[in-house]
Write a new protein. Structure first.
Ligand code: SAM
Length: 241
């Protein structure tokens, strides 16, 4: 992620949008990056996560950051004022990702960048300390998305959409984010929680098995950090001309 931010030239005094910010690890890091004279606008649909992000912002007195409860499907992202937009693991949840990217174009100043990380293939995730339970969860979640008629867009489509909208594609590459710690590294926990919720809602897994998988995950989290990467992601840096 930090590598992508560097390549996308995110930095001090900028105005940055954090789309679908989740519990706010990235928002807090971005607030540190832009500094007191920059601005970070974090958006998420979930009132719970926005309350969490606001509490962290207040506790750290980060006056440069604001968190808003908003649906990316129709929120006004602004007009020509943003220097950069960070968007990770969000496109899959949005009804009209192309519309979101069009509004992102409008929100950016000329020269402004979208920096995006989206999944290419969920089933490519393997943990450094193997766990049969967690491996089974990964494969089941990947399969459940494949079988879904509303399957989320693969990351591979994003460069095509950006190009059609008029962005210049500055960089496109396959990455796996393998940071071991830090506020932003909540990926495995979120994957397990979201994956179990999804499979339980589809009756694709029993409550007992969900409990076993969650326990295996908790035990894994209690061990010393290991170099787990994310599944393969497509990293895209696109510039508004
Ligand atoms: C997998 S999390 C990613 C969080 C964060 N971007 C990160 O990288 O850690 C997906 C987030 O998207 C949010 N979300 C889902 N649908 C949304 C929508 N239509 N508008 C805004 N946020 C949405 C969820 O509430 C959740 O916090």
């Amino acid at each position: 992620m930090h590598h992508a931010w560097r390549r996308g030239a995110l930095g001090p005094r900028q105005t940055i949008l954090d789309l679908a910010c989740g519990s706010g690890g990235t928002t807090i890091e971005l607030a540190g990056l832009v500094g007191p004279s920059g601005r970070v606008r974090a958006l998420d649909l979930s009132p719970e996560v926005i309350a969490e992000v606001r509490a962290t912002i207040d506790a750290r007195r980060l006056t440069q950051a604001v968190a808003e409860e908003a649906a990316l499907d129709d929120v006004d992202l602004g007009h020509g004022t943003a220097d950069a937009i960070w968007c990770r693991w969000a496109m899959a949840f949005v009804d009209d990702p192309i519309g979101l990217l069009e509004r992102s174009y409008e929100a950016l100043r000329p020269g402004g960048r979208v920096v995006s990380h989206e999944y290419l293939e969920l089933g490519s995730w393997r943990r450094a300390a193997p766990s049969a339970d967690l491996d089974a969860l990964v494969l089941a979640v990947a399969q459940s998305w494949r079988e879904d008629p509303d399957e989320p867009p693969a990351g591979i489509e994003i460069p095509v959409w950006l190009d059609q909208i008029g962005f210049d594609l500055a960089d496109v590459q396959v990455v796996s984010d393998g940071r071991l710690s830090g506020l932003a590294w909540q990926w495995p926990r979120e994957f397990v929680e979201l994956g179990l919720s999804r499979l339980l809602a589809q009756d694709a897994i029993t409550a007992d098995l969900a409990h076993e998988i969650r326990t295996a995950h908790d035990e894994r989290e209690a061990q010393p950090p290991a170099p787990d990467g994310t599944p393969a992601l497509l990293e895209v840096i696109a510039v508004r001309p």
